[in-house]
Ligand binder design. Structure first.
Ligand SMILES: [Zn+2]
Length: 474
């Protein structure tokens, strides 16, 4: 077997790898969109590699940076099976429909045709079950603990096993179990988004969420939470529900219970319903909550906004009334979606707070705002300049991604050392720092894709990873 990379080897987005079993047989693992700076480096999303030998597409999960180029893959003539886990099979058409509408075309007929074609190709494969491929190869999925339906994938061919991590979850993610290490991996393709970070305070994340939201509400302004509609939104709703309904602990912030919490995302509302229906894939701990609360994503002061008109009305109402509120809306990196309307309306107000709970990739509007020193910068939204007077916060410890400790645990849990660990899906520093750590543990690491040797930044001490700033990717 050998691997070629068509994305995510030099950045965090655009995941797309090809595993070759022979000259004429291979599979694609993910086919994601480039975002932020990566998108500027790859402005043309069309598929530029030959499809002749590709027998199937295997999806690790449905975040856009792992599935977004699927319409272009079909356009290039791909018509082979799309293998994924059962929850991913449910989410995929919804996520793609949205991605096509926002990024490719609003033509309903075209969208319907693409989605129909994709639905016909989807073949769900349960976790743990071997699925045969051509050329005597086979693969199976294991839970990755990142979002519902996420998987890492083991490929067997001849006497070799290659493992692709996809995106790995962290040890204290609510709702899902953390990933277990593979029993064997000759070659491990490992994500490294947080290879240089340790998330702090995971163990008390509900308390931290409560504390930071209460802090932001003290100035009686609007608190904006840009969140991915799949994964992060459900985690926040799940934990807000625990705070508001006093599940498992006594809440200390009455203010949070008294104000409107708005979720403005028809997508997120739809996806939350599926999350609820698929509780069989939740962790035991999360399922336990169901015994005391059969609606773990709903609480008394939650307002769900489905229609565009209601969204505009809510913004006008909040602007006029000056009432405090918490708004959760997508997209998670402020690259589009309804969060942009809220940013336009409130980013210039000093009593606005923006709480980042997700990774902000380089070059995205979210990253500009996150890096913005209070009151000293402006941000462009749809060609218009907005002065950033809002305060920004990053909720450290909130991550759908494994941090350095989780990644090392995942690798160290493999009984025999892999022959090669190939780092992907990380910015240069994250990859370089993780590579150093793994090498110190005796691993053979390849983090110098594209012929560049990654170097540690001057003054960076790999023994003490940064915990000051949290970012996380989807
Ligand atoms: Zn992801």
């Amino acid at each position: 077997m050998h691997i070629s990379h068509h994305g995510a080897q030099d950045g965090v987005t655009g995941s797309c790898h090809q595993l070759h079993f022979s000259e004429t047989n291979s599979v694609l693992i993910d086919c994601g969109s480039f975002q932020g700076r990566d998108a500027r480096l790859h402005p043309d999303p069309r598929i530029e590699f030959p499809l002749d030998s590709i027998d199937a597409l295997v999806l690790t999960h449905v975040h856009i940076d792992h599935i977004g180029r699927l319409p272009y893959l079909l356009e290039a003539g791909f018509n082979k099976p799309i293998y994924c886990t059962p929850p991913t099979a449910r989410f995929l058409p919804i996520m793609l429909e949205d991605a096509i509408r926002l990024g490719i075309t609003r033509n309903k007929k075209v969208i319907a045709e693409v989605i129909k074609e994709i639905k016909e190709l989807i073949e769900p494969v349960p976790y743990g079950k071997w699925q045969s491929l051509k050329h005597n190869a086979q693969f199976r999925f294991f839970p990755a603990g990142h979002i519902l339906g996420s998987a890492y994938v083991e490929f067997d061919h001849g006497d070799e096993r290659y493992v692709f991590s996809g995106d790995l979850g962290s040890r204290c993610t609510p709702i899902l179990n953390p990933p277990q290490s593979p029993e064997r991996a000759d070659v491990l393709v490992l994500e490294s988004t947080y290879g240089d970070r340790l998330h702090e305070g995971r163990e008390t994340r509900v308390g931290r969420l409560e504390a930071i939201l209460c802090e932001t509400l003290e100035n009686r302004g609007v608190t904006l939470i840009p969140a991915f509609s799949l994964g992060r939104t459900q985690e926040i709703l799940f934990e807000l529900n625990q705070i508001i309904e006093d599940i498992g602990r006594k809440s200390s912030c009455d203010m949070l219970k008294g104000i409107d919490i708005v979720i403005d995302s028809p997508m997120a509302i739809k996806l939350t319903e599926i999350y609820e229906q698929m509780s069989v894939y939740w962790s035991e701990e999360a399922r336990e909550v169901l015994t005391v609360d059969n609606q773990p994503f709903v609480f008394s002061n939650l307002i769900e906004i489905d229609q565009g008109g209601e969204s505009r009305g809510t913004i006008e109402y909040l602007k006029r009334s000056g009432k405090p509120a918490i708004v959760i809306a997508g997209s998670g990196m402020c690259t589009g979606g309804r969060i942009m309307d809220y940013l336009r309306a409130f980013i210039g107000r000093p009593n606005t707070d923006i709480v980042f709970v997700g990774y902000q990739a380089a070059g995205t509007t979210g990253r500009y705002i996150q890096d913005c020193q209070e009151g000293k910068c402006s941000v462009k939204i749809d060609h218009q300049e907005y002065h950033v007077r809002a305060k920004t916060h990053t909720l450290s410890g909130y991550s759908a991604h494994a941090d350095q400790a989780d990644l090392i645990k995942f690798v160290q849990g493999i009984p025999n050392k892999p022959r090669e660990i190939r780092l992907v899906h990380g910015e240069d520093q994250a990859k370089a720092v993780l590579a150093e750590k793994l090498k110190a543990l005796g691993h053979t690491v390849n983090a110098s894709v594209s012929g560049r040797t990654l170097e540690l930044p001057p003054g960076f001490d790999p023994k003490h990873p940064d915990t000051s700033k949290s970012s996380q990717s989807e």
